[in-house]
Design a protein around this ligand. Sequence first.
Ligand code: GDP
Length: 454
Amino acid sequence: DDDLDVLELSEEGEEAIRYLPALPVIAIVGRPNVGKSALVNRILGRREAVVEDTPGVTRDRVSYKGEYLDRRFTLVDTGGWEPDAKGIDASVALQAEVAIELCDVVLFVVDATVGATSTDEHVVRLLRKTKKPVFLLANKVDDARQESEAAALWNLGLGEPHPVSALHGRGVADMLEQVFKVLPQVSAVAKDEFGGPRRVAILGRPNVGKSSLLNKTAGEERVVVNELAGTTRDPVDEQIELGGKIWRFVDTAGIRRRVHLQQGADFYASLRTQAALEKAEVAVVLLDVSQPLSEQDVRIIDLVLESGRALVLAFNKWDLLDDERRRYLEREIEQDLHHVAWAPRVNISAKTGRHLEKLVPALETALESWDTRIPTGKFNAFLTELTQEHPHPVRGGKQPRVLFGTQAASRPPTFVLFTTGFLDPGYRRFIQRRLREIYGFEGSPIVINMRVRE
Ligand code: GDP
């Protein structure tokens, strides 16, 4: 099924979750070994551990989709990023900072059996400054006798400690009930002012040239407001005029701030990518043509797909490309990027400034596709023609039919098909392909959901 852009279907063919960031975001923050992974498993209702909460273990996965008593949400687990002992305070603080930025509610986990450490207090100072709701969880309170240990955490100044046992489940339901009272239905992070400058995230693995690109564009063009500072919502964005229009580059502070980490650098990068995507409408993923395409490049692109944002691919360091490398590159693109063949590509050099002006039309095309709405009448005419020419194959004596379809949402274009049976993945891919053939959707993922009528 990996050819499908974004397609999530439950077994019953129910309409699926449209895309990740519109869901409210809960972030779990805390120093290593306090039980964050156990808590993640408990909240997601899984028996098996995501990964053991061992110091030094890093993992890439940042966020999970969760559902609890009919409430759907995204759970961001910062636990994958376990810093080494040396830079621990700074790293945990940084992790908390990013988590606060991208979430709607913070769960701050402290080990009640140990009490608050100086690292914890470091994080507390950051948490006190945020306006977002913070829940102080006193973990490892496995029975009533230990509750006095939890009560001792009142003095952190974060309000009432919630005694929980992530491992045994004690207190978790009560705590979540209170969380859901303040958690919005739709993420306030993703929901942003419409009509303002379009929001662009520059993404890519370390050293692909993100800050070079930013410096070059900001240097040659007018920077409207450098570092939108102060009390506003986003102290980390920059507005830059490009091609006669103002664009808002999100999370540029994250690009400019160099983070030197021994461990957890990849995880930190994923977290930043995720934070930027939450705020952006379109992502420019930078790839370094002087190096082979890597798994990390593909993973970043997949995060964009998962987020439902528009996508532009920028092949950077074009000045370093020789004939041999070019042949390999073409093969790599065919092999590893065929699932995003619909994304506009620009070949640039952040160093020399080559073709930077081509970024703007690519961004505009991608955003236009992302905004597209096809009227229901037109869409059904498309479906009728398609299904008459190529009916669904007969399966076990039955032939599922598409009864009706509609575009339920844009940003990204999201279609719902009402059918008499479950459509084959191949057939769904076929519909998607034809949609692109006819309507283009260059630069935007498409989501197709199904509702099976009995
Ligand atoms: P970031 O980590 O993605 O922000 O990457 P940087 O912008 O710091 O770039 C990493 C290195 O690649 C620096 O030494 C840059 O000078 C170099 N670099 C960036 N873009 C280009 C380019 O287009 N051509 C060449 N030759 N070098 C580049």
